[in-house]
Design a protein around this ligand. Structure first.
Ligand SMILES: NC(=O)c1ccc[n+]([C@@H]2O[C@H](COP(=O)([O-])OP(=O)(O)OC[C@H]3O[C@@H](n4cnc5c(N)ncnc54)[C@H](OP(=O)(O)O)[C@@H]3O)[C@@H](O)[C@H]2O)c1
Length: 265
């Protein structure tokens, strides 16, 4: 029952897509700081390689960059092949890489629609399919392997911007999480989702000029998310403490979804 046993994840091997910055970097840092070897992916190779070097040095733990574009099947295959050449088994898969696209309804492009759906939904399904064998190698009744899909509160609430496929893609992620959880729980792979609210990143930043103060003011917790908030939840889901949590979509949003329209002050 000690906290060191309940939340211990050291010695595990993780894959975090989109680990070069933002939420993926937060989860990667939390894993590395707690003894997990982490493979991270992103398209921009120089930034990814530099980030892996920086995090390996900071946490004195192996962080391995694997540059690739996960929006196509070729990219997904190449990524899975590269990991399979290096590892016989993996313990955690974090499907984090995602994209958003905004345009007025009247002129919303097919290109924007496909970009969002291909990366946010299709890649999560096929990465999980293709990593299944590596995930099931170490998964046991006592210590199952874990998949965490990064959804969004925009898949639970109606978004305030004209990002039509984004909210739909994230609602799909949450439901795909339940469907995959039902299938994979029998193979000792637990699938859950995290639905973040506002976290500083290159996805959210441009919409607010990288000034998060107004968003923080409107948040029930009066702030945006921090690396500790995100890493802590991911560690819980991957640890002994999270081993009875299956198919859930857990918000990390300061209370936006659960307290909206319930201001009791
Ligand atoms: N930040 C928030 O407030 C927030 C809220 C709710 C949900 N989320 C979700 O959290 C996840 C991470 O978002 P973020 O805010 O951290 O965004 P971000 O800072 O833009 O990071 C996205 C990451 O994904 C990688 N990526 C993008 N397209 C890719 C592709 N085609 N193939 C491989 N990697 C790709 C990026 O690297 P490259 O550009 O080099 O490829 C980067 O590492 C997303 O699923 C997002 O929808 C974020």
């Amino acid at each position: 029952m000690e906290i060191t046993s309940l939340f211990n994840i050291s010695g595990k091997v993780a894959v975090v897509t989109g680990g070069s910055r933002g939420i993926g970097e937060m989860i990667t840092a939390g894993f590395l700081a707690n003894g997990v070897k982490v493979y991270i992916s992103a398209r921009k190779a120089p930034a990814l390689i530099e980030k892996a070097r920086e995090l390996s040095e900071k946490y004195n733990q192996e962080c391995i960059p694997v540059p690739c574009d996960l929006s196509s099947m070729d990219g997904i295959d190449e990524f899975v092949n590269q990991i399979t050449e290096k590892e016989d088994a993996i313990d955690f898969l974090v499907n984090n890489a995602g994209a958003a696209w905004g345009e007025p309804l009247e002129s919303f492009s097919e290109k924007g629609w496909d970009k969002v759906m291909d990366l946010n939904v299709k890649s999560i399904f096929f990465l999980t399919q293709k990593f299944k064998n590596l995930l099931s190698k170490n998964g046991s009744d006592d210590d199952p392997s874990r998949v965490i899909n990064i959804g969004s509160i925009d898949g639970l609430n109606v978004p305030s911007m004209e990002t039509y496929p984004y909210g739909a893609s994230k609602a799909a992620v949450h439901h795909l999480t339940r469907v995959l959880a039902a299938k994979l729980v029998k193979e000792n792979i637990l699938v859950n989702a995290i639905a973040p609210g506002p976290y500083p990143s290159d996805m959210l930043g441009p919409a607010v000029g990288y000034d998060y103060s107004e968003i923080a003011k409107r948040n029930p917790r009066k702030r945006v998310g921090t690396p500790e908030d995100m890493a802590g939840l991911a560690i819980f889901l991957c640890s002994r403490a999270g081993a009875y949590t299956v198919g859930e979509t857990i918000t990390s949003d300061g209370g936006i979804v659960k307290t909206a329209n319930h201001d009791l002050s």
